[in-house]
Design a protein around this ligand. Structure first.
Ligand code: NAD
Length: 459
């Protein structure tokens, strides 16, 4: 066990000294560092998958694709583009003979917190832009995924000297001890509730923050769409990682007369994909992270049923898992509609007019993701113009996060700031404006603004 009280200030001080050395590194040196990280991730891939199975029973396929490959492809993207992003940008000057440019400099000392649902990806994905932008970093993995925290620490310690990247494992005590230090930037992934505390703590040192938070991501289904075709996309997004995804479709709005058909199609698709001979294929469904969350989800389900909802599919609990569950006739005042579900329960709500749906969405905090299934551009435009959310996917869910040229992040209660691709590079950089003034004497109007001012206003 690391003695956080003495070790933390010591490492922070080391990084403080090292930050200007790291700042001076070239694109090639930074890419080289990222490639070393990639090689070590690849070498440790079986151990990472094993750790994710220990923590979440995460299917190996999901662990490999969404946790490991996503980080490796972000490193590849940085290797292709970093040099260009680091170039100073020349901009026109308003002063005669002067030159102006914007240079991207690292923010300096950064702190990165990960959440437990994608405990590997959420620690390493922000590390890529942090290093690309030339920062030194301290990482705080999620204590709720201890095996992944341990393997992540091993990888970091193998690749980096602690004066550049260090890890501090632990729970809330470590998380709050870190917040006492005057970091330049804090990148936090987690709940909206803790995000507020992070922002408050950052205020003490006026550190900038990126907050990647949660919320309720709604799905709107226009009555014209072919339900059979879209159901696979919704089921995939809802039940992957047992719904423990910040961008998972939280609930679905369908036209009143389509609820029955939609629920039936979702149920049939669940049967085909998650069951074999009537038995749940557990290797395709992660477990709920811990007993507390399992009980929370059970409570949401019971409350919804007590308020008139019907469990159309699933509802059973077995071996730390909740069967993929579908609820119909869910009323907006049920608890399940008041908080982020973060589990494999899909409430279906009905509408008669799309404006009601827009009203309900706008009555809640702005979501991280909003999903619209429609072939009618006027419907899409109407929803886009009357709502706000971190990001949007039309005729799909979640996949907008995988687009390297789109910013990923929330808005207000679903988050502040953005990352992936160039947006991450900018998030971890300070855009510093630099003026190169023309030599003294080359601009005859230069001294016009100097005192004495007498008579100048009349000129
Ligand atoms: P959490 O807020 O409980 O914990 C996140 C991190 O904060 C952990 O490292 C934890 O140790 C630390 N922490 C906990 N209490 C703290 C405190 N008082 N002060 C400082 N740090 C503290 O979140 P979680 O349960 O790990 O993750 C689930 C939430 O994260 C969901 O709301 C989900 O939507 C959100 N999430 C968002 C994204 C995104 O990219 N926007 C991705 C994944 C998860």
């Amino acid at each position: 066990m690391v003695d956080v009280e003495t070790k933390l200030p010591e490492v922070f001080q080391l990084q403080k000294q090292q930050q200007y050395v790291v700042k001076m590194t070239s694109a090639e040196e930074r890419i080289d560092k990222l490639q070393k990280l990639k090689a070590e991730i690849l070498a440790q891939a079986p151990a990472i998958i094993e750790a994710l199975q220990q923590d979440l029973d995460k299917p190996a396929f999901e662990a490999a694709s969404s946790e490991i490959l996503s980080v490796m492809s972000e490193i590849d993207y940085y290797a292709e583009n970093l040099k260009q992003w680091m170039e100073p940008v020349e901009v026109p000057s308003r002063s005669k003979g002067a030159q102006t440019k914007i240079i991207s400099e690292p923010k300096g000392q950064c702190l990165i917190y990960s959440a437990w649902n994608y405990p590997f990806m959420l620690l390493f994905l922000p590390l890529v832009p942090a290093l690309g932008a030339g920062n030194v970093c301290i990482l705080k993995p999620s204590e709720m995924a201890p095996a992944t925290s341990a393997i992540s620490t091993k990888i970091i310690q193998k690749v980096f000297d602690e004066s550049e990247v260090a890890v501090f494992e632990g729970g809330v005590d470590v998380a709050t001890a870190l917040l006492e230090l005057p970091f330049n930037h804090i990148f936090f992934t987690g709940s909206t509730h803790v995000g507020r505390e992070i922002m408050q703590a950052a205020g003490k040192h006026l550190a900038s923050v990126t907050l990647e938070l949660g919320g309720k991501c709604p799905v709107i289904i226009d009555e014209q769409v072919d339900l059979e075709k879209i159901v696979p996309r919704i089921v995939f997004g809802k039940y992957m990682n047992s719904g423990q995804i910040c961008l998972a479709p939280d609930h679905v709005y369908v036209k009143e007369n389509q609820q029955e058909e939609f629920a039936r199609l979702v149920g049939e698709y669940i049967q085909r994909n998650y069951f074999e001979n009537g038995k749940l294929t557990k290797e395709d469904l992660s477990k709920i992270v811990n007993e507390r969350n399992l009980q929370r989800l059970k409570g949401l389900l019971e409350d919804a049923v007590s308020k008139g909802a019907t469990v159309r599919y699933g509802g059973e609990i077995e071996d730390g898992r909740i069967y993929p569950t579908v609820l119909t006739d869910v009323l907006p005042d049920a608890k399940i509609m008041q908080e982020e579900i973060f589990g494999p329960i899909l409430p279906i709500l009905t509408y008669t007019d799309l404006d009601e749906v827009i009203e309900q969405i706008n009555a809640r905090p702005k979501p991280l993701g909003l999903y619209i299934f429609s072939e009618d551009q006027r419907v899409v435009d109407n929803v886009l113009s009357k709502t706000s959310s971190g990001g949007v996917a039309v005729n799909d869910v979640i996949r907008h996060m995988l687009e390297p040229n789109l910013p990923f992040g929330g808005v207000n209660e679903s988050g502040i700031g953005r990352y992936t691709g160039i947006f991450g590079f900018k998030e971890f950089s300070h855009e510093r404006g630099v003026l190169y003034q023309a030599p003294v004497g080359t601009n005859p109007l230069e001294t016009f603004a100097h005192a004495p001012y007498k008579g100048k206003l009349e000129m």
